[in-house]
Design a protein. Structure first.
Length: 246
């Protein structure tokens, strides 16, 4: 990773990861829809690049890709960070709108990004695609059914992408966060969520320790990630079923 683009990095894990990578000397570009947030990040963190991008709009993705190809021709890393998480009551027909929005952002967004940027990454001497799934890809949080489903799909897509790129110059990594203290689902003060700085510390250590890792798994997420293999799936699902219950 030398020149890194992180769409969806105007807050939370995305911004935190951008700042950590920038502090390690990487050239980092953050992307987002809100120009005012991008301008503030650029002002507060000199040296970090920004680009306006809406991952629900294919034309916006193409425009951002072309802009970055001109300004950062050595771009060798894409981290598909953008995502939303909203509760759904599946008995309510209005939940369909939430589901459609979630699929558009969390699943079609990363697929569109990878499709747009992969040709350029394949021209670099070495490159990386990092997708972002979730511990909820492995055991769902029943309050957010479509979020869980999109993250399971991102995991599956990542596995296929890695196999198809075997023998190429592109390394494929899946970052699997646990519940983390960000504004996603209002978890910034949640006692059951991992403090953001602790999560970022562990992620950066794991990236340094194993350059060939296929998944980045902090200890906190293994409770979910390994639930099936360890015969704990029902117990973990029961715990998650009690969260965000109305």
């Amino acid at each position: 990773m030398n020149v890194v683009f992180i769409p969806g990095a105007t807050s939370g894990i995305g911004l935190g990861l951008a700042l950590r990578l920038h502090a390690e000397g990487k050239t980092v570009v953050v992307g987002g829809r809100r120009t005012e947030l991008l301008e503030r990040i650029a002002a507060e963190h000199p040296g970090i690049g920004t680009v306006t991008i809406d991952i629900t709009d294919p034309a916006s993705i193409t425009a951002a890709r072309d802009d970055l190809a001109t300004r950062f021709p050595g771009l060798d890393t894409l981290i598909t960070m953008a995502g939303i998480m909203e509760p759904e009551d599946l008995r309510d027909p209005a939940s369909l709108e939430v589901a459609e929005r979630t699929v558009e952002v969390n699943l079609l967004g990363p697929i569109r990004l990878i499709t747009a940027f992969l040709p350029g990454l394949l021209t670099q001497p070495a490159a990386t695609v990092m997708t972002v799934s979730s511990g909820l890809a492995y055991v769902p949080l029943p309050a957010t059914p479509t979020y869980n489903a999109t993250k399971a799909a991102v995991h599956s897509y990542t596995e296929s992408l890695r196999v198809q790129l075997t023998g190429s110059n592109v390394r494929v990594i899946e970052l699997v966060p646990p519940a983390t203290r960000t504004t996603l689902m209002g978890q910034q003060n949640s006692e059951v969520a991992m403090p953001l700085d602790d999560f970022l510390d562990e992620v950066m250590s794991l990236l340094r320790a194993d350059p060939k890792a296929e998944q980045i798994l902090v200890e906190r997420v293994k409770w979910q990630r390994n639930a099936v293999a360890e015969g704990r799936y029902s117990d973990v699902l029961t715990v998650l079923s009690g969260r965000y219950r109305s």
